[in-house]
Design a protein around this ligand. Structure first.
Ligand SMILES: CC(C)(COP(=O)(O)OP(=O)(O)OC[C@H]1O[C@@H](n2cnc3c(N)ncnc32)[C@H](O)[C@@H]1OP(=O)(O)O)[C@@H](O)C(=O)NCCC(=O)NCCS
Length: 182
């Protein structure tokens, strides 16, 4: 029986040790997947990943993590709502489609749209922020396709794979998201 938050192509489901651990270990130790991520430059051990999943399974007031699955149940990635501030109605978001053979097929955009619907309708948030390291065109295009707008740039913010690179700041307001629904 399928469960979770459903889009046109994917479903956001609770992270499950038995179902998702192996894929996360493979993806987050794959330099191609982590090319533009702030994680992935140091070896990720099974123990560390088990601990991370255990925390995700227990849940938190400030962090929500979903696994992303296709509608037929294939695990393809992960989707997060981080640094939740209930007082301000804001949170930070991030997406990884680890199944790189499926990049560019609209799965990340659909997952980002489902997460926005969840954040605004279910959680009652009013603003989602995100960012990409300059050069991560696929992620920027995905976010923009889901309604996020570029709102700033921090020069040379991160050391990543041989250079200090800009961070491009993006956000999606509930008002903009609602206007895109009609
Ligand atoms: C970034 C990521 C989540 C995007 O997921 P995805 O399923 O590939 O995204 P989508 O197919 O929905 O959208 C990708 C967009 O990039 C475009 N695109 C595809 N290949 C591209 C490429 N090589 N260069 C630039 N843009 C590209 C697509 O055309 C699409 O844009 P469009 O809707 O304007 O046509 C996924 O590639 C990924 O997980 N990468 C590794 C981890 C990562 O970088 N995560 C984001 C951190 S900020």
């Amino acid at each position: 029986m399928a469960y979770g938050w459903e889009g046109d192509k994917v479903r956001l489901v609770p992270i499950d040790m038995d179902r998702h651990l192996e894929n996360y270990l493979v993806w987050l130790n794959d330099p191609e997947v982590t090319q533009w991520l702030l994680i992935g430059d140091f070896p990720l051990s099974r123990l560390a990943e088990r601990e991370w999943i255990e925390r995700a399974e227990h849940g938190s007031q400030t962090e929500i993590h979903f696994a992303i699955e296709t509608l037929d149940g294939l695990h393809i990635g992960t989707s997060g709502i981080h640094d939740i501030s209930w007082r301000h109605g804001i949170a930070q978001t991030g997406t990884v489609i680890g199944a790189k053979e499926l990049w560019g097929k609209g799965l990340g955009t659909d997952a980002t749209r489902v997460r926005a619907r969840y954040a605004f309708e279910v959680m009652g948030l009013r603003l989602l922020t995100s960012s990409v390291i300059d050069g991560n065109e696929r992620s920027l295009r995905m976010q923009q396709a889901a309604g996020y707008e570029v709102v700033g740039r921090i020069p040379g913010r991160y050391w990543k794979r041989g250079a200090f690179r800009d961070e491009i700041l993006t956000c999606l307001t509930r008002d903009r998201w609602m206007s895109l629904q009609s």
